[in-house]
Write a protein that binds this ligand. Sequence first.
Ligand SMILES: NC(=O)C1=CN([C@@H]2O[C@H](COP(=O)(O)OP(=O)(O)OC[C@H]3O[C@@H](n4cnc5c(N)ncnc54)[C@H](O)[C@@H]3O)[C@@H](O)[C@H]2O)[C@@H](O)CC1
Ligand SMILES: [K+]
Length: 486
Amino acid sequence: MQRITSATAADLFDIAATRRIEQAASAALPAHTLMRRAGLAVAKLAMAIAPHARTIWVACGPGNNGGDGFEAAAQLRHRGFFPVVTSIGDEGMLPPDAKASLQRARDAGVTFASTPPSDYELAIDALLGIGSTRPPEGAMADWLEKMHASGQPVLCVDVPSGLNADTGTLAQGVSPAQASTRTCITFLTLKPGLFTAQGRDAAGTVWFDDLGCGAFKDQPTARIAGAPEAQPRNHASHKGSYGDVAVIGGASGMAGAALLAGSAALHGGAGRVFVGLLDPSAAPVDTARPELMLRDARTLDLSSMTAVCGCGAGEAVGELLPAVFSSAAALVLDADALNAIAADGVLQAQLASRGKSGSPTVITPHPLEAARLLDRSVGEVQADRLAAARGLAARFGVVAVLKGSGTVVASPGEAPPIINLSGNARLATAGTGDVLAGMIGAALAAGRPAFEAAREAVWQHGHIADTWPADAAPLTAGTLARRAPV
Ligand SMILES: NC(=O)C1=CN([C@@H]2O[C@H](COP(=O)(O)OP(=O)(O)OC[C@H]3O[C@@H](n4cnc5c(N)ncnc54)[C@H](O)[C@@H]3O)[C@@H](O)[C@H]2O)[C@@H](O)CC1
Ligand SMILES: [K+]
């Protein structure tokens, strides 16, 4: 059993792949082995979460997820705990494995009840796993509501009930995290839906158990990549070794966004950082960051630079984009640059042509910007974030960073997309997107390939928030860019 953290690197498999893997594993083992192992793993984790629990409520559904719950209840009873099982569905319709585990729970002396216990110290959610097909209703919906509102910890078996394990979307009527602290133990494969969209809140801390089946060689659906390797710097290096970043943005009244991206590129290790402001009346120097070289955006020669284009750029950036596409050695497109592209078919074709030429290019849309680029609604983007990111990468031939809970980084090539596990809600403050664009720019300027530059910067960006001192002032985009709470 392994706890999954932002440092974990692993393959993720969708439901269809998981079913294939389960069938192969099941065929190679004596009947009922996988469910016994799954139930034992649930029981062990339950004992670790609530070692002093007097009563453990186990809510079991009509399929094999419920079977895992019956099995866990039997194992807990054998170890001196008092599980109370409530179950949904017709006993005669249970799949064979689940039926066998139900019998084992009865034989172990587990208590069965028609309603949840009034007092309990841990709830085990074994209502629905990867076989969830429709929104829970009736008793199932009531039990989910009760367990998540109670404030007692909830241990989700395989997948939080009602969560789509492929996409991380929750069935209608099922709420993400409420009062409860959530833990999820997932089996055989790590599923992408646990880590993006509503999955992070619904699953809480994720544990993985391969049920003794080892790693699978199939092409993964996606990956989690863990902490990037440090990029050591040669002693005999100089500012030219780490490249030039040129931020293009900062229309009238929005210079701050461009300066934040510039500061992030600077603290991200770029050799030199130019900030090309679109506001002709902008001040000639940023006295708080004199390292930044402020210029008129139109005067910058981008042919040997990484351009970070769009932060606070307003509509004016649209005119500059054709020249930026054709001249920038490497390019990050954010915010207003993405909005300008979404509104103009010619710019879209030019971006796709740049992507096709192989010039390093990264786009960093949040869900609304992604929706505009794909001509879809935000709801459609969020309904399948992996597909949206892959679609953007393929359409424009660029690396696409779809921001949000569980940021997705997709390449236009064959590599499976990455879901980033670092970061937290501290990042939900104005300007943190500009900072990310600047950080990616610095990694590109240092010569990292576009996909690596994007995923490493995304991870670092989240990691700074994860390691923000609890007693420090709240994270702001400015302090995030400087990587320090001062
Ligand atoms: N077969 C085995 O040996 C193993 C099974 N495993 C467990 O089995 C799970 C998959 O089992 P299943 O394929 O039976 O799927 P589930 O147990 O997730 O549920 C499928 C059943 O729930 C019903 N259902 C779906 N949505 C519903 C809703 N909203 N309200 C009421 N009923 C609903 C379906 O009609 C079906 O009867 C995994 O998630 C995992 O927990 C794992 O333990 C690995 C081993
Ligand atoms: K479940």
